[in-house]
Design a protein around this ligand. Structure first.
Ligand code: SF4
Length: 665
């Protein structure tokens, strides 16, 4: 690790390292005030070694954002903010407040008034039309930014970050898509920059020279007709002249069709945006988005794409990541996998942010990670899926003697299967790392070992955690046992071959993932694509075809009228878009009645018809797996059932279940 842990100056601040925790809405506040939950959350990240922590977004006025966000629009919020900054300073971390104004991305139901924006153009994000800002609105908003900055100074912050990206107010002024003004704030690129520059100057003058001023910018809006990496460079270069000390460069707007943070985005995939800005400014630049691994972060800095790296979800997943990295304990780090299941999916529903791979997130104030067991017990965990593995690691860390039994060769259960899909590959290394961490904590793992009554009688555990997972729901229609019929899990596990035309019955999360997996068969991989592209071997159109059109014709049918139920809010739209891109046909409100040698007999709109195909894949859901649970219970005083063995749930819930069960041993 050559660069990530070297000091760097941002304005007058001398950061101990280049790890920046970037702001993210946590929804842990009550009416904008800092709570114990907020302070405990951030203090854990400061203790973990981050050099700079940017908290917020903090609303600067009554138009700015949702109720549960942190607020810096009034002096009454200062005591709480002082408590927060004081706590973080104890760990030698600098702390910045992000000054937040959502513009037309604010919901009227949240702010209690019509949102304001440069022009009265409806937001695709909220579906609401904002009010065009008057000159008076503009003047007042600039002043509110300055007053918020001045409050940040009084509250003990070392820096502020102006929010200028993602489709929020300042980026709305910058973009020709959302700024149609005919006065001096609209029209030419220079005029569209005017509002952002006025905010920067007002904030700088409110703070003087001692505090640093950062700005978060979109490296590319990724909006049709919007600003690209070229315009973001022009804007950054101009802002540098007006007092910006560092540039925090992220991806595009919330409403862009280009995925911004899911695991489908390759690790470090947007570092090139920071590199573009870095080529035109002399102040430090922070690279962001899916840089989840400190080794990659170090490489981004060493190669010259950025000076610092921003981590948000990576520090949700593991607040101790900086310290563990510095101490060479890389295997102990839990990496963010970009699943969005606990963080963004909650945030989009205005729920408190949590994390799939770290069940303590948001509960740092009430749940310790490692509580030494007062009476260490002998614990048997049955099942090596996410719930069982997490339960075993947690129990072992508490000092219990833990043995885990898995009936298959592979650990990871359904997450291992989900990791078969191109773009969902993070699941597999996560499960492998979790298994390694469990072993490092002292768990003895037996694979290919089924547990029955006899094993339990021999082992004589004090506690059994049954994490035996789920099993596919069987389809009870004629022909369901034909040779042409397979289950989705067997397809994902690569245990079966399929004919050219495939019908999938069931369009929940597994059905959609399986459809994508099959549709991707026969497409070229990323390396081949790059080879052909670099050598200009094929036309761009042909390359697109080669990477999006496979060898199978896939149709998914679903009884309900909704496709992808069970997929999180932040990724469902993207996946439906992928289905369409890969040419998968999706049919809803259609019921399978029989499977014949020719295909699937279905009823659609009251009419019976045959859908011809070569193979049928069943993805009709999951139910708790049957097993010798009752017999085991006769021999052990405490038996806890967790994960899908209790009831079908997603990976986030399964891990949380395992964690809580192990804590209660
Ligand atoms: Fe990362 Fe998933 Fe945790 Fe969010 S929920 S921080 S994406 S691992």
């Amino acid at each position: 690790m050559k660069k990530l842990f070297t000091p760097i100056e941002v304005g007058k601040l001398k950061l101990k390292n280049r790890v920046v925790m970037t702001a993210m809405d946590l929804s842990y506040t009550a009416e904008g005030h800092v709570t114990d939950r907020v302070t405990a959350f951030y203090e854990e990240r400061a203790r973990g070694g981050a050099g700079l922590i940017i908290v917020g977004g903090c609303k600067i006025d009554e138009y700015s954002g949702a109720q549960q966000m942190m607020d810096i629009s009034d002096d009454r919020f200062i005591p709480g903010l002082q408590r927060l900054t004081g706590g973080l300073h104890r760990y030698n971390s600098y702390v910045a407040a992000q000054l937040f104004h959502a513009g037309k991305y604010a919901h009227s139901s949240e702010i209690g008034r019509q949102p304001i924006a440069p022009s009265a153009i409806a937001s695709k994000f909220t579906r609401e039309e904002p009010r065009e800002m008057t000159k008076e609105d503009i003047k007042r908003t600039v002043e509110n930014f300055a007053r918020a900055a001045e409050r940040a100074k009084r509250a003990g912050f070392d820096a502020v970050e102006i929010l200028g990206n993602a489709g929020y107010l300042i980026s709305e002024f910058l973009s020709p898509v959302t700024n149609k003004r005919t006065d001096e704030y609209g029209g030419s690129p220079e005029a569209r920059m005017k509002f952002g520059i006025e905010v920067t100057e007002a904030v700088r003058s409110a703070l003087g020279k001692d505090l640093a001023v950062l700005i978060r910018l979109a490296g590319n809006d990724f909006m049709p007709g919007g600003n690209t990496n070229k315009e973001s460079r022009v804007f950054a270069a101009e802002l540098e002249k007006h007092g910006i000390d560092a540039f925090n460069i992220t991806g595009g707007w919330h409403e862009t069709r280009v995925p911004q943070v899911p695991m489908e985005l390759p690790r470090g995939g947007f570092a090139y945006l920071a590199k573009g800005v870095k080529s035109v400014v002399s102040k430090p630049v922070i690279a962001c988005n899916r840089i989840n691994d400190p080794l990659l972060a170090d490489k981004v800095i060493r190669q010259g794409s950025a000076d610092m790296v921003g981590f948000a979800r990576a520090l949700l997943a593991d607040p101790d990541m900086p310290n563990k990295t510095r101490e060479g304990r890389l295997d102990e780090i839990t990496l963010c996998i970009g699943c969005n299941q606990g963080c963004l999916d909650n945030s989009l529903r205005h729920r408190a942010v949590e994390c799939m791979v770290n069940p303590r997130v948001g509960r740092e104030h009430e749940v310790a990670y490692k509580v030494p067991a007062t009476h260490p017990k002998k614990v048997m965990v049955v099942g090596g899926g996410p719930s069982g593995l997490f339960a075993s690691k947690t129990a072992a860390l508490a000092g219990h003697r833990v043995t885990l039994f898995e009936k298959d060769e592979k650990l990871g259960g359904q997450l291992f299967l989900a990791g078969a899909v191109e773009g969902r590959r993070e699941f597999r290394p996560f499960m492998e790392r979790l298994a390694r961490q469990a072993e490092m904590a002292g768990v003895i793992i037996h694979k290919n070992k089924r547990v029955d009554e006899g094993v339990v009688k021999r082992e004589k555990p004090d506690v059994v955690i049954l994490a035996t997972g789920g099993e596919p729901v069987k389809l009870n229609i004629p022909g369901a046992d034909r040779g042409s019929v397979v289950h989705a899990w067997d397809v994902l596990a690569d245990k079966t071959d399929l004919g050219r035309e495939v019908v999938i019955i069931g369009a929940g999360a597994t059905g959609v993932d399986t459809a994508l997996h099959i549709a991707q068969m026969g497409t070229i991989d990323a390396f081949t694509l790059q080879f052909l592209f670099d050598n200009k071997a094929e036309e761009v159109e042909t390359l697109w075809e080669l990477s999006n059109k496979g060898t199978k014709k896939v149709t998914v049918i679903e009884m309900q009228d909704k496709v992808g139920s069970g997929i999180g809010l932040s990724t469902r739209g993207m996946k439906l878009g992928m289905l369409s891109r890969y040419g998968v046909e999706v049919k809803t409100k259609i019921t399978a009645k029989e499977i014949t040698p020719e295909g699937v007999v279905v009823v659609e709109d009251g009419k019976t018809k045959l859908m011809k195909c070569d193979s049928v894949v069943i993805a009709a859901g999951v139910r708790p797996a049957e097993g010798p649970h009752e017999k085991i219970k006769q021999h052990v005083s405490k038996v806890v059932v967790v994960g899908d063995a209790k009831k079908p749930q997603n990976g986030y819930q399964a891990i949380r279940d395992g964690f809580m069960a192990a804590r209660e041993i």
